[in-house]
Design a protein around this ligand. Structure first.
Ligand SMILES: [Zn+2]
Length: 148
């Protein structure tokens, strides 16, 4: 999986593991992980893509790579509620309104906040989230225009 795409895929609810986070660096380790966990390999490595029947990306820029993913038929529709931690891919739970959040996060009584089960990072639909949703909508619009 190409690193720059992780957060976007997770925003769309995809269970997007990053090979280096999982300690998989060699092609055969990545291929084994993908096989064991029934994952699609997204890579810029032609040999690895061919060996795993994965998605080969040719572009370097994240936005261009998102277009390639859309063209490969991968859904880039953000989920209404965030489901996956953009940092570690853990599952997110909604923080109850009367729960405490760290200083960097809004008060869950004022705003919807989600917390990662694994790393405890908090997420909310702030400006960063908005920008990512906006980017994805541009990619989808281009894709629809290209497909028609
Ligand atoms: Zn996390």
């Amino acid at each position: 999986m190409c690193g720059g795409l992780r957060a976007y895929l997770r925003l769309c609810g995809h269970d997007a593991a990053y090979a280096l986070d999982r300690g998989a660096e060699a092609d055969d380790a990545i291929a084994a992980l993908a096989r064991d966990e029934d994952r699609v390999v997204v890579t810029r490595d032609r040999d690895l893509a061919a060996a795993t029947d994965g998605v080969l990306l040719r572009e370097r820029d994240s936005l261009d790579q998102l277009r390639e993913l859309a063209a490969a038929g991968i859904s880039l529709e953000p989920t209404d509620d965030p489901e996956r931690c953009g940092r570690c891919n853990g599952q997110l739970d909604r923080v109850p309104a009367d729960d405490a959040t760290p200083d960097y996060a809004p008060d869950p009584a004022d705003e919807d906040v989600w917390r990662c089960r694994d790393c405890e990072q908090c997420f909310w639909k702030g400006s960063h989230h908005e920008r990512m949703v906006q980017t994805l909508s541009v990619v989808r619009r281009n894709e629809n225009a290209a497909g028609s």
